[in-house]
Design a protein around this ligand. Sequence first.
Ligand code: ZN
Length: 268
Amino acid sequence: MKKLTFIIIAILMLDFTSAYGWGAKGHDVVAAIAEQNLTPKAKRKISKLLDGKSIVYYSSWMDNIQNSPYWEYGYNKTKTWHYANVDKGLTYETMTKNPDGDVVKGLEMLTREMMDNYDDLTDSMRVDYLKMIVHMVGDLHCPMHAGRLSDRGGNRTKVVWFREETNIHSVWDSKMIESARKWSYTEWCDNLDRKSRKYRKEISKGSYEDWFDDTVEDAARIYEYVESSGEIVPVLSYQFVYDFSPLLEEQLLNAGYRLAYVLNTIFK
Ligand SMILES: [Zn+2]
C-alpha cells in the first residue's frame, strides 16, 4: 500500500511539474518586455481591464490558478494549455494532438475570442483571457514546453544540475535563468529589450504555430546536447549555461516582443 501511495504521489508530481512554464521570473521578464512595447492605447485598455495592475503582476496567475479549488470556473480545463509535447522529428502539424488542448490551440482560441467576440464576453472573461494569453505566450517560448511526449516534456530526462539531481524540464523552467544572471526581472528586461524596431517587426511575423515550431527546434538542440554527453545522467553546469544563455535570452526577448504584438493587435 505504501508503495502504491508513493507511486501515485510520484505520478501526481510529474503531472504537476510538466504543467509549469518558465518560473515566475521568466514570465515576469516576458511580461515586462511586452509592457515596455505596448502602444499607449493598448496600455490604457489593459490597465482598465486589470484595474490598474500590470500584466507583470498577473504573469504567473495561470500557473497558480490551475491547482486552485475553484473548479466551477473551469480552470482545470486549462491544465494542458501550458505546453505541447512533440516527439522527435515531428512538428506541431504532424504531432499527435492532446484532445484536452495545448498551448497553441489554447492561444489561437483565446486570441480569436478577444479579437472577434470581444463584445460578447463578460468583463471577467476578458480579464481571464488576457491573463492567460500573457502567460501562455511565455510558455510557448519555453523550450521544454515543446519537449518530447516520450519523456513528458523533459520531466523524465534526468540530469545533474551542478550538484543537484533534477530533470531537463526543470532546468529550463527556472534553474537556467537563476544561474545565468543574478538579475531581477526588471534588470533582465532592461538588458534584453534593446533591439531595433526592424527586429521587433521581423520577429513578430508568423503564427503561434510558427513560433511554437521554432521552440520545437530549440528543444531538439537541447536534447541533442544532453544526449551527446554519453552519460546516463548527464552533468550540466557552467558550460551549459554558457552555451545556452543566448537561447535563453532570445526566447525571453522574442516572447516579450511577440506578446506585445499580440496585445497591440487585440487592443487596437
Ligand atoms: Zn505555465
